[in-house]
Design a protein around this ligand. Structure first.
Ligand code: 1CP
Length: 344
């Protein structure tokens, strides 16, 4: 079990460790050759639900990079699979649903499933998390889930989309159906978070990756209450992340439910800190595009991110979005060394 004085947990509480703790979104998986080797012959969602395999994949980047936290290897659509919904992750594409949820009848069909079924089916998740946290010892494991809007962006469209027009359209075409769907998704994501906390996760991150496609008024009316419900009453520190959310950063605090807000590369962290105020830790925001730049350029960028992060009550160093699949893992290790004061 992680100790409360682990740097990540201190920073999420608002203390300032001597150096910012560092981990990377999507650190587990695609960029690591040892991951690609282990995954040969196993479908993504089957890998997520095989406890030994999910645990090993979670631990790989912690061993390799010595990051300050693990993030559980899974996917935001895993709780939907556990609810019995037909979903697959297509290589090179992402989550694909056989029966997209587009009408009020579709919403009724889906919401008839009791989120308690997800909790019952989540035993492989609890087991995998248990293996990981025993191995990690003092180091925290971050559990995660998709926020209701980002999940709906896949479930309503049927697969990945750029502007999420159908999901955003449903909010206005049939607000009742939208709220029923988003409320249900919130319960399902919450069951997934609870399973990870039961297994020993010390913090959680809610990914609302696509919230940046919403207007502020749509975010507040149709999305924020459901994301808040997914986090309300959780007893471990909570991180809330989205891409392109510069215009709704303050709203992403969810009235203080979020201990930390993840910021993408577009908003400098000192600007974010001024918006978020004295009660919120910032997380971010190395530009993933710079991972391929010459080291002196990237190192100067990392130093600048760390310097700007000092404007916040506390800072967790991360990328502004996930590790790109073709990133050189050696560069990620070097960023950790620099954050830890071992590379100057
Ligand atoms: O076969 C493969 O290797 C598939 C690639 C892959 C992996 C490794 C997918 C498909 N998901 C994952 C794991 C995953 N997904 C993690 C692992 C833990 C870690 O961070 O190391 C996490 C946190 C996620 C969460 C996730 N899935 C998000 C939110 C994070 C983000 O990057 O914004 C989203 C949007 C998804 C959907 C998804 N799953 C997979 C893909 C390729 C996508 C995105 C598709 C799209 O572009 O819309």
């Amino acid at each position: 079990m992680a100790t409360p004085d682990a740097p990540l947990l201190r920073a999420l509480r608002g203390d300032r460790p001597d150096r910012p703790p560092v981990w990377f979104m999507r650190q587990a998986g695609r960029s690591l050759p040892e991951y690609r080797e282990l995954r040969v012959g196993t479908r993504m969602l089957d890998a997520c639900l095989t406890p030994d395999l999910a645990a090993e994949i979670t631990l790989q980047p912690v061993r390799r990079h010595d990051v300050d936290a693990g993030i559980f290897f899974s996917d935001i659509v895993v709780p939907l699979r556990l609810a019995g919904i037909a979903v697959e992750i297509e290589p090179g594409r992402g989550p694909v649903f056989a029966d997209p949820v587009r009408s009020a009848d579709d919403v009724a069909r889906i919401t008839a499933i009791d989120p308690a079924e997800v909790a019952a089916a989540a035993e492989p998740v609890r087991q995998a998390v248990g293996i990981v946290t025993a191995e990690l010892g003092d180091k925290p494991l971050i559990g995660f889930a998709g926020a209701p809007f980002t999940l709906a962006a896949y479930l309503v469209e049927g697969g990945p989309s750029k502007e999420h027009l159908r999901a955003r359209g449903m909010m206005h075409a049939d607000p009742d159906a939208w709220h029923r769907l988003a409320g249900w998704l919130s319960g399902v994501s919450r069951a997934f978070l609870d399973a990870q906390i039961d297994g020993g996760a010390s913090a959680v991150q809610l990914f609302d990756s696509w919230a940046g496609s919403l207007s502020r008024s749509d975010y507040l009316e149709f999305v924020a209450p459901h994301s808040a419900a997914a986090l309300e009453g959780i007893t471990v520190p909570r991180i809330h992340f989205g891409v392109g959310t510069g215009g709704i950063l303050d709203d992403m605090r969810l009235g203080g439910l979020a201990d930390a807000v993840g910021v993408d590369w577009r908003t400098p962290l000192d600007t974010a800190a001024a918006v978020l105020g004295p009660d919120t830790t910032v997380q971010g925001n190395i530009d993933p595009a710079l991972l391929g730049a010459p080291w002196p350029v990237l190192a100067a960028h990392v130093d600048d991110v760390i310097a700007r992060g000092r404007a916040a009550r506390a800072h967790v160093l991360n990328l502004g979005h996930g590790v790109p699949p073709d990133a050189d893992p050696g560069v990620l290790t070097r960023i950790v060394e620099r954050a830890h004061g071992l590379d100057s």
